[in-house]
Write a protein of this length. Structure first.
Ligand code: PXG
Ligand code: PLP
Length: 449
């Protein structure tokens, strides 16, 4: 292909003007690495934005998709069906925690979030509890970009750009602060041992204020990924579950990042021993090879909605491409790969090395916090005076130049390696990150920012 012009494509979640002035273009990918337009190899420290656990270009997934496009390129699942969607839903239901065995398929995490919120509202109405319209999310949460997701999400930038959104929502506090009860607690390996009582405000503040009878559902990420890897204290999610059960509230886990292996279990619900009423997934389910997501729903919620005249849809909801044949083929193949290559065990085996490696950055200049869980870590830099986010962006660019793709929400550098990484690969990624951090420190020391 000749090099295309850059003007027409309005890039998502990207500083467009900056990118187009200094484009970082990748043209192919294999295993752990991208290849850039100028022929350099760049390690994918983000697993393709948390998607590519099994590595890029997996031949089994590619073959399954090629077979599928030659057999049935497209059929919607509205009123007709095709076997791939049923097979995928059945496989996912069998892998989910007990009681969660009905699966609604969509194309992204954002759609999964809006879908789950609509199911929660419909469930309440079906039970004669139509006053349950309030959702409880959490500060610093990301649930995608639909109106439902930005309402329950807790990102200040969304509110700045779009106002206070359409859905009624209130929010728990974030589970991470670099200080805890006034004392620094910035370098933590795995889950902080204390702090489960952060969950209590669901009962003491939010239910006390709004009344449980008005709340449709509580939605949280098991750990917040895209806002910088914010890890919950031991026992926090258990406590949320207990409070939801006591007050008859639905608990939704957004496992768009944690689902399908990032925590060394199929779902964080299993890694952490807490069963929600719905699980959202996307990303790793197809290894990123096709847009695919979904909502796993408890039998109770599903059955409550299976009512009304038999000739009418029980849920007025669905996307043209819900359960797209190619996406289902990719998903089924990915589930085989996770099993055949024992990827969950691989993540569990690699996680201790990953933890040691990222925490070795504690002495790098300007690092103020490091936290990790599963194969995810956040390394936070002190912000430049008066310019939060600038050092993060600068470190991200320097890391790319040193051969590592990373993400920088604010001033936190996020590392989320593919599950197939070796300890030596992790060391290479951490080494690139150190050099990027040193580059930013030298920049800060050399010139006023
Ligand atoms: N929920 C969670 C927890 C997510 O992390 C979404 C929903 C939305 O998924 P879609 O497929 O609609 O994008 C996400 C998405 C990052 C980053 O830099 C993370 C996401 C998206 C873009 C960037 O960490 N997560
Ligand atoms: N807009 C129009 C005019 C449509 O006809 C449709 C679907 O038929 C949509 C939006 C929704 O598209 P999707 O089902 O891909 O979300």
């Amino acid at each position: 292909m000749t090099s295309p012009g850059l003007d027409a494509f309005w890039m998502p979640f990207t500083p467009n003007r900056q990118f187009k002035a200094t484009p970082r273009m990748v043209v192919s990918a294999q295993g752990l690495s991208y290849r850039t337009a100028d022929g350099r190899e760049v390690l994918d420290g983000t697993s393709g934005l948390w998607c590519v656990g099994a590595g890029h270009g997996h031949p089994k997934i590619a073959e399954a998709m090629k077979r599928q496009i030659d057999t049935l390129d497209f059929a919607s699942n509205f009123q007709v069906g095709h076997p791939g969607a049923f097979a995928l839903a059945e496989r996912i239901a069998a892998l989910a925690p007990p009681g969660l065995d009905r699966v609604f398929l969509v194309n992204s995490g954002s759609e999964a979030c809006d879908t789950a919120m609509k199911i929660a509202l419909a469930h309440a109405r079906a039970r004669g509890e139509g006053q349950r319209t309030l959702f409880i999310g959490r500060e610093r949460a990301f649930h995608g970009v639909g109106f439902g997701g930005i309402s329950v999400g807790g990102m200040q930038n969304n509110r700045r750009a779009f106002g206070s959104t359409l859905m009624r929502a209130d929010h728990l506090q974030a589970t991470w602060d670099n200080r805890w009860n006034g004392t620094p607690r910035a370098f933590v390996r795995g889950q902080p041992p204390t702090g489960a009582e952060l969950a209590d405000e669901l009962e003491t503040r939010l239910i006390a204020l709004h009344d449980a009878g008005n709340i449709a559902a509580v939605i949280v990420e098991p750990f917040a990924g895209s806002t910088g890897v914010l890890v919950p204290p031991v026992g926090y999610l258990q406590r949320l579950r207990e409070i939801c059960t006591r007050h008859g509230l639905l608990l939704i886990f957004d496992e768009v990042i944690t689902g399908f292996g990032r925590m060394g279990a199929m779902f964080a619900a299993q890694a952490l021993g807490v069963v929600p009423d719905m699980i959202l997934f996307a990303k790793t389910v197809s290894n990123g090879a096709a847009p695919l997501g979904g909502v796993i729903v408890s039998r109770e919620i599903h059955d409550t909605l299976m009512h009304g005249p038999a000739h009418l849809s029980e849920l007025m909801h669905g996307y043209t491409c819900s359960g797209h044949p190619l996406a289902c083929a990719a998903g089924l193949a990915m589930l085989d790969v996770i099993e055949d290559e024992a990827l969950l065990a691989r993540v569990r085996d690699l996680a201790p090395h990953f933890e040691r490696a990222v925490h070795s950055l504690a002495d790098a200049p300007g690092v103020v916090s490091i936290r990790n869980i599963g194969l995810a870590a956040g390394v936070e830099l002190a912000p430049a005076p008066g310019a939060p986010g600038r050092r993060g962006a600068s470190a991200q660019a320097a890391a790319f130049d040193h051969g590592l793709l990373t993400r920088a929400p604010g001033d936190t550098l996020v590392l989320a390696p593919p599950f197939i990484s070796t300890p030596a690969d992790i060391d290479r990624m951490v080494d690139c990150l150190r050099r990027a951090i040193e580059h930013v420190a030298a920049e800060a020391a050399g010139a006023p920012e």
